[in-house]
Design a protein. Sequence first.
Lengths: 174, 144
Amino acid sequence: MNEASAIRLCLKSRDPRGFEFLVQQYRREAYYHAIGFLNDPVMAEDICQESFAKAYINIPRLESLKAFYPWFYVILKNSCLSYLRSKREHSDVIDVIDETSDPAMLVAGDDSKQSVWRALQKLKPEFREILILKHLQDMSYEAISQILQIPKGTVMSRLYHARKGFQLAFDKGD
Amino acid sequence: MEEKHYSELLSGLIDGELSPEEANTVNRHLSRSTSYRKEYESLLADTSKLDGLSFREPQDEALQGFWRLPFSGFARYAGMILVITGYLLFLGYGFFEFITSDDEDFVVMFAVTGMVIGMLILFLIALIERFISYKTDPYKEIER
């Protein structure tokens, strides 16, 4: 089975085997992207599970789908952002212990890598998102532009501003 | 070309994503402007910090848990609701028969009455316990 035939199975015959194939193809990538937004491995697992369930329910409603992941990424990103919004709303009402996960649990490498991760966490979500796509996922501008649904020129410009933001955050962190 | 646009092109140069014409333009500007060159070098240094970053591998069990057919959850709830509804209907019917019929077997009447009263007692106890624990819960304001 390949991605095109898996998508066909989902759209035409609502066959769960097609969706299962897509989940297996993209679950790791989805988990890393969720971690990038949430900085919490347990929450990232929950949000991934929830997003795949939402995608499974909604995929048969589509008339056609060229590539699964850019479409799924919108669902995943919205789920992550709505979780973060609700967390922020509740943190106004009650005392919340800082739940930011230990970077050592999320990123491989020594202390310097963990400082880099901490600096990334200080950035706006859209900057953190694009830096993760570029540097941790090693994606080309073309692939990033498809996933984020923005022109390639905007990818370059956003990456520039994200890197400038990272410079500032990293220097402050040190 | 505006200075701001030149700066943004630096990202493309670092990532090797510029067209040959754009790369030539940026390289020419780099050879002319010291401040532009400095910006390029500092951006390059910080980008290299990001390059070595990688996530820890998630556990296989975690990844496998991402996919459970929503259908299985639905089927479980549907099954539970059908069993409970059927049981309650059966009890209700038995109780109705018990009240309206004079010629039912005494054992059947006794069994049905026992089941109905037992259900009511258990339901009442569960309700009272939930009410007490809600009243005394110090964390009730916190959304779980």
